[in-house]
Write a protein that binds this ligand. Structure first.
Ligand SMILES: Nc1ncnc2c1ncn2[C@@H]1O[C@H](COP(=O)(O)OP(=O)(O)OP(=O)(O)O)[C@@H](O)[C@H]1O
Ligand SMILES: [Mg+2]
Length: 369
């Protein structure tokens, strides 16, 4: 029950609270939960008999915050000195759930946008590819799997929190014709920063299972860098149709790209394409193209690895400014050179997805792979 949808709302409510010392309530070492226990939200605060009185106010406040959310009427926040069985979030259990609706039942393709290294432009690529797919007339969603550094709310200028649907699943937010869900819409940055492995996995699982994504042609997953808990949760919770790897032209980033490709290879997830980002710089003054990190590296690497090369995106001020303004370049200037580049890459991605669809194998679970 760790992934009941109500827990997303509970986390959001608790994320606004602080412990008496000023530390965020959620993620404080003495706080366990929220979890669902016997049909109600439960949180425990570990303390000693001497220190309990100092925590009385925050206990009352947390309980009131939980009781104010829909379905949280019976919430319980306990002070406890019992270290033997504190309620705790369990890691995601692989395997089918009983009565819950099948996660992503009406989503045709789930595509991860990944890299081995941080800051290479995954989120920028994910959002613009999603908008490029949308421009083909497809129904598209984007799931921000970066719990510690969510970018999607900023990139899509999404403010506020998602609403709860009638079946107690959250409804994704909408921007520029695509659906989006991110932990950045639910909790503030400092709160998620301290989440440990099982909480990261639980948060991602909830964004897969407890969000009503409805009917989608493609769900793009904006992955965090690396090969950790988030990757495991996505591989466990979805059947990926494939992955798009983003790399900058530097050798170092390519080494990381290779690592990313190898990770998906291990779980039989096809690589749908490699995108070279920040490939070259076009001088705004003279229009000259400067290959700052050398040219052709990513394309040659794609060839060598036998993965499709989707395209090379230059480093441009327009692209960065568009992202910063919450109106990605494909939304702002769809017929400009960069807008067209992303739309073409999205079209190539869609052809590949459609071609692979007939022989797509469910991905092996990462666990034990
Ligand atoms: N082609 C580009 N031209 C100019 N700026 C870019 C380009 N691609 C990305 N950026 C900028 O680089 C920064 C990092 O990009 P982004 O957040 O998409 O990377 P990321 O790989 O998702 O990072 P992280 O690993 O932290 O999630 C952002 O400020 C973004 O606007
Ligand atoms: Mg990112």
């Amino acid at each position: 029950m760790a992934d009941d949808p109500i827990l997303l709302a509970a986390r959001a409510a608790l994320s606004r609270l602080t412990m008496p010392g000023g530390a965020p309530f959620l993620g404080a070492p003495e706080v366990s939960g929220p979890v669902m226990a016997n049909g109600r939200i439960s949180v425990s605060i570990l303390t000693t008999a001497d220190a309990a009185s100092a925590l009385a106010d925050i206990r009352t406040e947390a309980e009131a915050a939980l009781r104010a959310i829909p379905g949280g009427e019976g919430a319980l926040v306990m002070l406890t000195n019992d270290t033997s069985s504190p309620p705790n979030l369990k890691p995601v259990a692989a395997g089918p759930k009983s009565a819950a609706p099948k996660p992503l039942a009406d989503v045709r393709h789930v595509v991860a946008v990944a890299s081995g290294k941080g800051g290479v432009g995954k989120s920028t690529t994910a959002v613009n590819l999603a908008l490029g797919l949308r421009a083909q007339g497809l129904k598209v969603g984007i799931l921000d799997a970066d719990i510690h550094g969510p970018s999607i709310p900023t990139l899509l200028a999404l403010h506020g929190q998602p609403r709860m649907g009638t079946d107690r699943r959250l409804l994704p937010m909408q921007s520029n014709g695509i659906l989006a869900m991110s932990m950045g819409m639910m909790v503030d940055a400092e709160t998620a920063m301290v989440w440990r492995g099982p909480m990261v996995m639980s948060a991602i699982t909830q964004m897969i299972s407890d969000v009503d994504w409805g009917v989608l042609d493609v769900l793009i997953v904006d992955m965090p860098p690396g090969t950790g808990d988030a990757q495991l949760a996505i591989a466990q919770g979805t059947t990926l149709s494939g992955a798009v790897i983003v790399s900058t032209p530097q050798d170092l980033a390519l080494i990381d790209a290779r690592r990313g490709i190898a990770m998906f290879g291990k779980v039989d997830v096809p690589i749908l394409g490699l995108i070279e980002n920040m490939a070259h710089f076009i001088c705004t003054e003279c229009g000259t193209k400067h290959a700052l990190f050398g040219s052709g590296g990513a394309e040659a690497e794609a060839d060598r690895l036998g993965v499709p090369f989707l395209g090379a995106v230059p480093l441009t001020m327009d692209l960065r400014a568009a992202s910063d303004s919450g109106q990605p370049i494909v939304a702002r200037d769809p017929s400009g050179p960069i807008g067209r580049l992303y739309t073409d890459m999205a079209a190539a991605l869609w052809s590949r997805l459609s071609a692979n669809a007939s022989n797509t194998q469910p991905n092996k679970k990462l666990q034990g792979a």
